[in-house]
Design a protein around this ligand. Structure first.
Ligand code: PLP
Length: 393
């Protein structure tokens, strides 16, 4: 079904049928921990909601279909999904190769929580084929974990090439597809083994829930993720799964509009004299623009940029916006502006931040669904009132 029906239709219908007892069109919120058994050892597929819940199952079937997969396991947050991935597939002494620019919480989990258990972690620039291949040749690796585009530098990794290199080294390839979603990029079709999302972001899309998911075409991997979720107690709540089921209905529409708005804002910023550097994968000036066109359907919703005048000028801009929300999140209907160095990536060691290009002056904009004219007007007024720049002038 996943390969025959279009994404917009799957986003509305995959995984849910009218409720057989009442005809309710929407999958109900099964707000229950307990399921009565017909006899000892005879149940209807559910026993206790830490192991599984019908509302969560409906979301899993829908998200799997959107990524062109058969299986998904939903978690309470994106990091709970990342934790289950690593706990489920790694043990002390194993090595994992990771893109050097990834979400800061992923770095913290690997460095501070898993490394003390003996997991070896190599952060490498996976956009550089030679550095990537050298890292895989240095010794056996169980997993390769990449983010493309990377948060917040938006550097791309060639996913098909990453799959080839990982498989040649007998490693599984995991892609964090949070920034683009299956509406704009489908890593399993490019050869990845597992896709991870923080559904907190574009998938739910309304700043209303936290959630995470692991998606795969391999039933043994899926069984492992389900088992680890039950064993560690990291399942998503039925209410959050239900809200996510509503949010995901408009995912393809929203991602198209997010991308259109982001391109307009990126063009505005590129032409602005007070902006020093704009990074947006949908701009022809983006250094990996060819790769954008090869593996993504648009440039996405995120823009990174630096304001002329350095770090203080960037901070002044973030303090001067009125419509854009200064916040830690990304991927929602409302536009969010973030200072990665002090917010989302503050737990990444300074050397890794510098090597990954996360400068202190970098500003990240998650472009929302407002009219782009209003966003541009907000940025224009904020740049006009920029104290550091005014002093320079
Ligand atoms: N992956 C990416 C790319 C993220 O940006 C985030 C959070 O910002 C996560 C994973 C973790 O997700 P959560 O905040 O839902 O735990």
């Amino acid at each position: 079904m996943a390969n025959q029906i279009n994404l917009e239709t799957l986003a509305l219908h995959a995984g849910s049928a009218p409720d057989p007892t009442t005809g309710a069109l929407l999958t109900p919120i099964y707000q229950t921990t307990t399921y009565v058994q017909e006899a000892v050892g005879v149940d209807k597929g559910y026993t206790y909601s830490r192991a599984g819940n019908p509302t969560v199952t409906a979301l899993e079937l829908r998200l799997a279909a959107l990524e062109g997969a058969d299986f998904a396991t939903c978690f309470s947050t994106g990091l709970a999904a990342t934790t289950a991935l690593f706990l489920g597939l790694l043990k002390g002494g194993d090595r994992v190769v990771v893109s050097e620019a990834v979400y800061g919480g992923t770095v913290r989990l690997l460095r501070e929580v898993l490394a003390p258990f003996g997991v070896a972690v190599d952060f490498v620039d996976t956009s550089d084929e030679k550095a990537f291949a050298d890292s895989l040749n240095r010794g056996p690796a169980k997993l390769v974990f990449i983010e493309s585009p990377a948060n917040p530098t938006l550097k791309l990794t060639d996913i098909a090439l990453a799959a080839q290199l990982s498989h040649a080294a007998d490693a599984l390839l995991v892609v964090d597809n949070t920034l683009l979603t299956p509406a704009l990029q489908r890593p399993l079709d490019l050869g990845a083994d597992i896709v991870l999302h923080s559904t907190t972001k574009f998938i739910e899309g309304h700043n209303a829930t936290t959630g995470g998911v692991l998606i795969t075409r391999d039933s043994a991997l899926n069984d492992r993720f389900d088992y680890i979720r039950k064993a560690t107690g990291a399942i998503q709540s039925p209410f959050d799964a239900w809200l996510t089921l509503q949010g995901v209905k408009t995912l393809p529409l929203r991602m198209r509009q997010h991308s259109e708005n982001a391109l307009r804002v990126a063009q505005f910023l590129s032409a602005h004299p007070k902006i020093e550097r704009v990074i947006y994968p949908g701009l022809e000036s983006f250094p990996q623009y060819q790769l954008t066109q090869k593996q993504q359907s648009t440039g996405g919703a995120l823009i990174a940029f630096e304001v002329a005048g350095g770090t203080q000028a960037g901070i002044d801009l973030m303090n001067s916006v009125k419509l854009c929300a200064l916040a830690e999140n990304l991927g929602a209907a409302e536009t969010i502006i973030t200072h990665p160095a002090s917010m989302t990536h503050s737990s990444v060691p300074i050397e890794q931040r510098v090597s990954a290009g996360i400068t202190d002056g970098l500003v990240r904009l998650s472009v929302g669904l407002e009219n782009p004219d209003d966003l541009i007007a907000d940025l224009e007024q904020a740049l006009g009132s920029n104290a550091a720049l005014a002093q320079q002038a």
